[in-house]
Design a protein around this ligand. Structure first.
Ligand code: X6L
Ligand code: MG
Ligand code: MG
Length: 162
């Protein structure tokens, strides 16, 4: 029998269309094995066309799901939010990305790259990661500076937002 070890995984969630907090809340409720949720941040959009600010957060899972199974979880959440893909990097009701799975590296573009290729570059990811899993951040990374300089504002716990 093959083992299905439980491991820590991090997923990043973002929304900048419609009732942003409701899309995030519904997704967090639907994701299996969630053991921690970062604060929720309002963040200036990075890349893509001119668009509204995002709400971003990160969830931590203790899960035996594989990275590919986690990708399916992400896609199911986006489908449930009726995400439409029109403009590249454009506005979306819900974006869910696999950021990190302990002891896993996967390089299978465009399907799946773990750790996520942009996770160590974007304050809208790094700041909430620091809430739930600061040990995965690059050595010496200064979250406070990143948040101040890159348009990331802490709103509070997801339950209090909206
Ligand atoms: C040069 C080339 C500069 C590419 C930036 C960065 C593209 C990030 C796409 C880039 C570049 C992305 C979110 C967002 C997006 C989000 C906020 C992306 C994909 N998603 N901005 N922009 N939050 N604040 O979740 O991450 S589009
Ligand atoms: Mg994304
Ligand atoms: Mg995505």
């Amino acid at each position: 029998m093959s083992e299905r070890p439980r491991r820590r995984a991090l997923l990043a969630l973002g929304s900048n269309l419609g009732d942003r907090a409701a899309f995030l809340r519904d997704a967090v409720a639907a994701i299996p094995d969630v053991v921690d949720v970062s604060f929720t941040y309002e963040t200036d959009p990075v890349g893509g066309p001119d668009q509204q600010p995002f709400l971003n957060l990160v969830v931590m899972l203790d899960t035996d799901l594989t990275p590919y199974e986690l990708l399916e979880v992400c896609r199911a959440c986006e489908m449930a939010a009726a995400r439409e893909r029109e403009v590249r990097w454009g506005p979306r009701t819900l974006d869910v990305d696999v950021l990190w799975v302990d002891d896993e590296t996967i390089d299978d573009p465009p399907e799946l790259i773990v750790p996520h290729e942009r996770m160590f570059e974007r304050a809208f990811v790094l700041v909430p990661v620091a809430d739930v899993a600061p040990d995965v951040l690059p050595d010496g990374y200064d979250v406070v500076v990143a948040a101040d300089t890159e348009g990331v504002r802490r709103l509070g716990s997801l339950g209090d937002v909206g």
